[in-house]
Design a binder for this molecule. Sequence first.
Ligand SMILES: Cc1cc2nc3c(=O)[nH]c(=O)nc-3n(C[C@H](O)[C@H](O)[C@H](O)COP(=O)(O)O)c2cc1C
Length: 245
Amino acid sequence: MNSTIKNMTEHVSVREFKDQAITADQKQSLLAAAQSGSTSEFVQAFSIIEITDQKLRNELADITISSPHVKKADTFYVFVADLNRQASILKAHNQSLDSLKNMESLIVSVVDTTIAAQNMAVAAESMDLGICYIGSLRNNIKRVAELLNLPKFTVPVFGMTVGIPATKNQHKPRLPQANQVATNTYDNQKFTDLKAYDQDVHEYYANRKTNASDTNWSEKNLTIFKQIRRPEVASFLKEQGFTLA
Ligand SMILES: Cc1cc2nc3c(=O)[nH]c(=O)nc-3n(C[C@H](O)[C@H](O)[C@H](O)COP(=O)(O)O)c2cc1C
């Protein structure tokens, strides 16, 4: 296993950072890595907004509810799926914006954004920095868009905190490959036989140093998905110009 893969397999989200700044060079490297990912048909359909204003940072952190570390992390970026540049090119040529509105274009921009963010995450961890994705910005996605002055055809997908780790959780065990990797066809029986993995995850939560609890992976997923989450995201996407069709 080379050092890149070792770093990737040791990933943990970091939620406690030292009160110490990352350097301008490190930030430049993070942004260059984010910009260098693959991008569907070279459309580069994302933007990254660094939040340096502490008042704005606090407002965004309050939206997350679950992620007060957004206030304190050295650096906080918001990753925006962004087809606004394409809208402006089309408008300048008196072309219809219809092609930007459909699910395919929305997926393209969300995927491009996610690839950029994960490139940044891998780059950060290669420099011994810690990161945490902040999807809970979508608790009030409309307000986030207002706060950042986002135009139509943009979506704030998630944030990412970056800083020097003060503490780190133990690595969370991932699904056994038997539950997630198949050859030639989807293996429903193997992929849903989660007993062994539930046992692993139960052990992880029972023995971890902070926030130990009596749960497993299936129970966690039941709690998450037994209710409909953030239904207002769909109406926000429509306001931003997407038809969801
Ligand atoms: C898109 C996305 C959104 C996330 N949102 C949050 C968040 O709002 N707050 C938080 O503390 N962690 C967040 N996380 C981190 C996950 O909880 C974490 O990756 C997962 O529990 C696995 O733990 P690990 O990253 O330490 O391996 C998010 C992760 C992803 C990929």
